[in-house]
Design a binder for this molecule. Structure first.
Ligand code: ADP
Length: 263
């Protein structure tokens, strides 16, 4: 008997789709940074955006929590749905969006405050009053930092190492209980050991969160992500399971990039 061809993957159910973009475009003045991007990000997966510098990875990431609103020149077209709700609909408060969809940046950016207050401050401005100390501990544990700082919560956060500062920023983002964590090259400023810790942490966090990460490092994308999107000159070229993208790229631009023929 002929072997049966493998069953095609069933399409995701709506409940699995956390974020969806429909013909998303961003222009800075006259220049198109990204155009016609339609993709779906599924629940509790780690999704990596890769591609050469300037291809639009950060611009795309910033759309997901309306960070581009803060850039006067940026014009967003198309739609982005978060749990089927239009993130850019009138009446949507960007502060609410950023609570549900947190962000960690390239350079660790702790507040000039104590380790404790770095997290407590964000909780208080977001209206949390109760159990602040418990939440601080819980967030620091979730970010794999508690054991290193529990005895010095009153110390200035800027005295931590770069890697610890970045984990503190992750703890700060987690404290307000987001569903999605956006990370823009979170290990760019870190040495290999601190980078490894962040990668291990992402591996732990994927149990509870949907994570979208921009990285210029293909090995990192291959190590930590479930799905990878390759962008080139503002276009989404290919988006699929990471292992398949790296072993079986369909587009010659993806292949050229991942084999190092084009960077
Ligand atoms: P990547 O993250 O892949 O390096 P970016 O999203 O940062 O790419 O940039 C995409 C394009 O948009 C680039 O041409 C970049 O110069 C431009 N760009 C990014 N941010 C701004 C900005 N704030 N103002 C004007 N142009 C920008």
């Amino acid at each position: 008997m002929e072997p049966r061809p493998p069953e095609p993957e069933p399409p995701p159910t709506p409940s699995e789709v956390v974020l969806e973009t429909l013909d998303l475009g961003v222009r800075y003045g006259e220049a198109h940074a990204i155009r016609d991007i339609s993709l779906r990000i599924l629940e509790k997966r780690v999704v990596a955006f890769i591609g050469p510098s300037g291809c639009g990875k950060s611009t795309l990431l910033r759309c997901f929590n309306r960070m581009n609103d803060l850039l006067p020149a940026a014009e967003v077209t198309g739609r982005i749905l978060f749990r089927e709700q239009d993130l850019y609909a009138p009446g949507v408060d960007p502060a609410d969006v950023r609570r549900s969809i947190g962000m960690v940046f390239q350079e660790p950016n702790p507040f000039p405050k104590s380790i404790f207050d770095n997290i407590a401050f964000g909780l208080r401005i977001n209206g949390f009053q109760d159990d602040i100390a418990d939440r601080v501990e819980h967030s620091l544990r979730a970010a794999a930092l508690w054991d290193e700082v529990s005895h010095r919560l009153d110390a200035d956060a800027r005295g931590l190492s770069g890697g610890q500062q970045q984990r503190l920023c992750i703890a700060r983002a987690l404290a307000v209980e987001p569903e999605v964590l956006l990370m823009d090259e979170p290990a760019r400023a870190l040495d290999p050991i601190a980078t490894g810790r962040i990668e291990d942490l992402i591996g732990d966090l994927r149990r509870d969160y949907t994570i979208v990460i921009v990285t210029h490092n293909m090995q990192q994308a291959a190590r930590i992500s479930d799905d990878t999107a390759f962008l080139y000159m503002g276009e989404l070229v290919e988006y699929k399971e990471t292992q398949r993208l790296f072993t079986n790229p369909e587009d010659e631009r993806t292949e050229a990039y991942i084999t190092g023929r084009r960077g």
